[in-house]
Design a protein around this ligand. Structure first.
Ligand SMILES: NC(=O)c1ccc[n+]([C@@H]2O[C@H](COP(=O)([O-])OP(=O)(O)OC[C@H]3O[C@@H](n4cnc5c(N)ncnc54)[C@H](O)[C@@H]3O)[C@@H](O)[C@H]2O)c1
Length: 349
């Protein structure tokens, strides 16, 4: 089994092993005595994996209740969140009980926020079942929900007590969701270079996927441990490709999935950095080739001005400058403060 310790405001481990779902109970028992456990999951994941996790928890003496919501980003709302809180209360969960987030990033974000706020906070475990959730959202403690004015506007930092990833769950992932996760993996490969880049340059298969997730999580671990609350700058590096990625997501009315928007955002920033002499054109070509190898459609329907305007609405931007993650080379990214009124110009090549 792969074990990655995360030493943030709470210390916990990310466990990666094929077949881990059926051992969820015994691994959770290592960090939490048997208690009431509320599994929060969506309808798709429930059909696929709920029975295994439930049985495994019950075998270890956990008393299980289950909340199922309709899958997809549209459920990441205040209404679902409050419904979960009511559910926890009706099922009489106490401070010492547990919440288990079983699913993709939507489930992890909403369940993590519910766990952090119900009774002023109860423990929770992340069991990611998408590639995106495994390499990104299940680790690092960002949780939250969307408001009508934007994504992830209500939330908190709340670290889980454990993360359990079973690579076998990826076998049922639809192609588009797999691609969305690979967009984030390319981001990590550009941030890290080395073995991560090498694995991504070949096509990750069943044998290498656990190692790929391990390397991505290890990259996130280092950044989160240095800058858990995104105050010092290090964590902002994880936003590579996200400034314009978020803008594209927003402009498309969220019809372009997150990871695919990130891939487009990566291409925009790689092109802009190359045009400005920040990034060697041969390295830009390698990044674009890697994105194309996975079949990402890198076309963008929006003008630089439209994207810059949408990007500035991103909550991570302050009023005058945007902290843009630029690519100095593969494995060498840094932050550049770009005045809001110069953002469109920066990406015009
Ligand atoms: N907290 C963070 O640090 C962070 C980081 C990145 C993204 N996010 C958030 O994550 C969300 C996106 O995550 P996501 O892409 O996992 O979305 P998701 O949770 O909606 O999952 C995508 C789809 O895949 C289905 N699914 C999940 N696991 C499956 C499996 N094993 N087999 C078949 N189908 C499966 C789901 O039912 C859903 O329809 C966004 O809300 C984003 O804001 C959070």
């Amino acid at each position: 089994m792969i074990r990655i310790p995360i030493n943030a405001s709470r210390s916990y481990q990310v466990l990666i092993e094929r077949g881990l779902l059926s051992k969820a109970g015994e691994n959770i028992r290592q960090v939490k005595p048997a208690c009431k456990a509320a599994i929060i999951t969506d309808d798709k994941v429930a059909n696929l994996y709920l029975a295994t996790v439930r049985q495994s928890l019950e075998k270890e003496g956990f008393s299980v209740c289950v909340y199922i919501f309709p899958n997809g980003e549209r459920s990441k709302t205040a209404a679902t969140y409050l419904d979960i809180i009511e559910f926890l209360s009706k099922n009489n969960l106490k401070r010492g009980d547990l919440l288990v987030a079983l699913g993709g990033g939507v489930t992890g974000d909403i369940a993590g926020f519910a766990a952090g706020t119900y009774l002023r906070g109860i423990d929770y475990v992340q069991i990611p079942t998408t590639l995106l959730a495994a390499v990104d959202s299940s680790v690092g403690g960002k949780t939250g929900i969307n408001l009508s004015s934007g994504k992830n506007l209500l939330g908190m930092f709340n670290q889980p007590i454990a993360v359990l990833f079973d690579p076998d769950t990826l076998a049922t992932l639809p192609e588009e969701e797999r691609l969305a996760g690979l967009g984030e993996c390319v981001k990590y490969a550009v941030l890290e270079d080395g073995e991560l880049w090498d694995i991504m340059s070949l096509t990750p298969d069943k044998a290498s996927i656990a190692r790929l997730v391990e390397l991505c999580v290890s990259c996130k671990k280092r950044i989160v441990e240095e800058d858990e609350r995104e105050t010092g700058g290090a964590r902002k590096l994880l936003n590579l490709g996200h400034t314009f990625g978020h803008a594209i997501e927003k402009l498309s009315g969220y019809t372009v999935p997150h990871g695919i928007a990130v891939a487009k955002g990566l291409a925009i920033i790689a092109d802009a950095c190359a045009a400005r002499g920040i990034l060697d054109t041969s390295e830009r070509d390698r990044i674009i080739a890697l994105l194309k190898k996975y079949g990402f459609d890198l076309s963008v329907r929006y003008t630089a001005e439209e994207m810059a305007k949408a990007a500035v609405w991103d909550k991570k931007a302050d009023k005058t400058d945007v902290d843009l993650v630029i690519i100095n080379g593969i494995g060498r990214c840094s932050l550049l403060k770009v005045p809001v009124n110069k953002l469109a110009e920066f990406i015009k090549c």
